[in-house]
Design a protein around this ligand. Sequence first.
Ligand code: FES
Length: 342
Amino acid sequence: MSRMNKAASVECQISRIAIETQSCISIYLRRVDGLPFLQFSAGQYVALELVIQGKSLRRCYTISSSSQDRSTIRLTIERVNQGLVSNWLCDHAAIGLRLDVGVPTGQFVLPSESKKKLLWMAAGSGVTPFIAMLHELADAQLSCDVVMLISVKQRQDLIGYNELEALIKLLPNVKLVTTFTSETDLSRGQLGRWTADRIADVCPDLHERLAYLCGGAAFTTDMQQALISLDVAPENVLVESFFVVNTNNAREAEPTSMHVQLMPHDVRWKTDGTQTLLALSESQGVEIPSVCRSGLCGACSVTIKGPCHSEGREALDDASFEAGARLACMTFPRGDCVVELN
Ligand code: FES
């Protein structure tokens, strides 16, 4: 059963594949009907829906190409631990493969005020929204003042580096500093993780900048803490983080059977707490709306009464969380509970 809004999604075909690193590819997608893609802003993502082993699966990927060329969009996909769809695409993506692509969405975009000074921090494939933003700045010939800090393990893990360098040549107010956490060849950067002291060194006017963080949950959490320790106001820090639900945490739950009741359907399921609420409902043939399946979009927000464990709450504001809202894609029941769709 397909759950993406078919009226809003478009059927696309892979027209080109580029190998970015040993564990990362870019796929270029064209609409099958030959029309241009919907308008999007650099930094936004789309949901891809594809069928793997007879199951319809959906995941979100940032558009890494220029928003000015809508004949083709490029999505950059990195292998991740337990990343069923990403890993399948890295292994099986082929020219001509058809996929449904959802409407571009997301708030991780350039500020409307183009004179604002920015700090961008990325780890791994977290660089992709910034590549799209650099294209947008270059295409619009905007001279935005950006300090861009990248962190990767080794030089071979740099994604799109030649493209980044070419874009930065067009944008004299963009300064790029790369750090490697484990590398001996330092011709393209420095050694060590970003710490509060190192950030303050390379970016002395930090407090004049709007900060954007993109990468895995551990990186964005650490960098957020580093910035806050440097007295950067939390409202000046935008975060886009890729959560991978840690099913090991779920397995630490007691393997006792528990009842989950999903209202208003008045259905009850038994579970041992090892599936997210979203996976549990799907395995029982009941739909909870979802888009990103990684805690970003908020589409799967539900209200839970009863014990549960959540791995992330990025898409929920404090008031909703306090009121019992949880993200079904990130939440595991821990005992009998009643779930209401929001
Ligand atoms: S599906 Fe997007 S937050 Fe759960």
